[in-house]
Design a protein around this ligand. Structure first.
Ligand code: SF4
Ligand code: SF4
Length: 413
């Protein structure tokens, strides 16, 4: 049995043994008999579409006295909620922005958050009782910019099929989920998910330091609809310090959604913790439900999603038929693909939507399938990015090895 203080001391003196979740699972699959004496910290993570993400921004838009009180506001066209503080006559606006608020079919809160973090200029429009005010600001102008989540790191996702013959518009599909049972849409990072590796919540508690989109933040408590059997978390972190590649917008048939990433370091205190960390994709159930009724029709595991060869998507330009309109680029929910330049890895979630639509098979990946009512149904959309989550686990490991992250002394960038 170790203590957190002892692990922190090892981090500070450079002797801590740290694995990413992917490295640890490799040891488990190889049959290594790992005990708590062999490991001090395992870094876990998840990345994907997380609807419960929002921002609190404090934005200067005008000289004091220009207007009394903002009644409505937009940032890059995304509707925001002014307040709750009215900041009467200060020309300073507090805004709450939902990651799922829409400026249109192709731009929403998630896109806005990434643009802010990338340092792009943001157009803010304010309507007050007697006037309209416009301002152009960047992250440097914000006196406060934090992202918070109302529900994230969800442990128990459901995969979806459509049992009806007509397409269904849903946030779980980009062009509408095709039926009957022609495709399945999945979410979740499986065996590397933080809550999957700490089901008894021995390590993840209120105040636990985390990386939210690469920025050091905190667990603030349970998320909405969180239950002991189906837990999720609320988190908060400064937007300054976030890394754009771990966040952004994601186009769906029901409007833009928000990509969010989380990294959590699990201190390994005893063998009970090691036992929990041994969880593998093939042991984690993934129920498949009908999108229309939410009735469960079958069950796969995360091995069906992530234990496939060629998890990444590869583009073969020599296979491209140069269609008059590239449907692969049009369907890409993150704007990561064009036939001329290929895949922008800083934007690609490896969702596989492009390869499902390309008529010439110019894109390839091991996208897998799940059995539903005895028949294999192809996975045509992954709304979580396992490789990105593994990258975040690696970032967190490096921070620990560089002594920039401890459990009791806080986390430092
Ligand atoms: S859809 Fe496929 S084949 Fe057609 S232009 Fe795009 S990448 Fe090329
Ligand atoms: S896998 Fe294809 S469609 Fe999905 S984000 Fe990457 S480039 Fe876009």
């Amino acid at each position: 049995m170790k203590t957190i203080t002892e692990i922190d001391e090892k981090i500070r003196n450079g002797s801590a043994i740290v694995y990413t979740a992917a490295e640890f699972k490799r040891l488990v699959r190889e049959g290594a008999g790992v005990s708590a004496a062999d490991v001090d910290v395992v870094t876990t993570g998840t990345c994907g579409v997380m609807s419960g993400t929002a921002a609190i921004l404090s934005v200067p838009v005008a000289e004091p006295g220009t207007f009394e009180r903002a009644e409505r506001a937009w940032a890059n066209g995304v509707p925001c909620m002014p307040g709750p503080c009215p900041n009467e006559r200060l020309g300073l606006l507090d805004l709450i922005v939902s990651g799922t608020a829409h400026a249109g079919a192709g731009y929403g809160g998630g896109h806005l958050f990434r643009d802010i973090v990338e340092g792009r200029e943001i157009e803010v429009v304010v309507e007050a009782a007697d006037r309209s005010v416009e301002a152009r600001v960047t992250l440097d102008d914000f006196s406060y910019a934090r992202l918070f989540t109302t529900r994230s790191a969800y442990k128990n996702y459901t995969a979806y099929v459509n049992t009806r013959p007509t397409r269904v518009k849903t946030i779980f599909s980009i062009e509408g989920l095709q039926g009957p049972c022609r495709e399945v849409s999945v979410s979740g990072c499986g065996e590397i998910n933080p809550l999957e590796n700490d089901p008894a919540r021995l390590a993840i508690r209120n105040g636990t330091p985390v990386l939210l989109n690469g920025s050091v933040g905190l667990v603030t408590g349970e998320g909405t609809r969180s239950t002991p059997a189906r837990p999720n978390l609320t988190l908060i972190a400064d937007m300054a310090g976030m890394q754009p590649r771990y966040m952004g917008g994601f186009k769906t048939s029901a409007g833009p959604e928000c990509i969010t990433s989380l990294g959590v370091a699990i201190p390994v205190l005893d063998d009970r913790q090691v036992a929990a960390l041994r969880v593998l994709d093939e042991c984690i159930p993934l129920p498949v439900a009908d999108i229309n009724t939410r009735a469960v029709l079958g069950e796969g595991t995360y091995a069906d999603v992530w234990q496939q060869p060629d998890r990444e998507v590869t583009y073969y330009p020599e296979w491209c038929g140069e269609c008059s309109a590239c449907v692969a680029a049009a369907v890409c929910p993150t704007g990561a693909f064009s036939r001329e330049t290929g895949i922008d890895r800083d934007r690609c979630l490896a969702c596989t939507a492009c390869l499902a639509v390309c008529p010439n098979n110019a894109l390839e990946a091991g996208e897998g399938s799940i059995r539903v009512r005895g028949r294999k149904v192809p996975i045509t959309l992954r709304q979580s990015g396992r490789t990105l989550a593994e990258d975040l686990c690696r970032d967190l490991k490096e921070m620990i090895l560089d002594r920039r992250f401890t459990f009791t002394g806080g986390a430092m960038r």
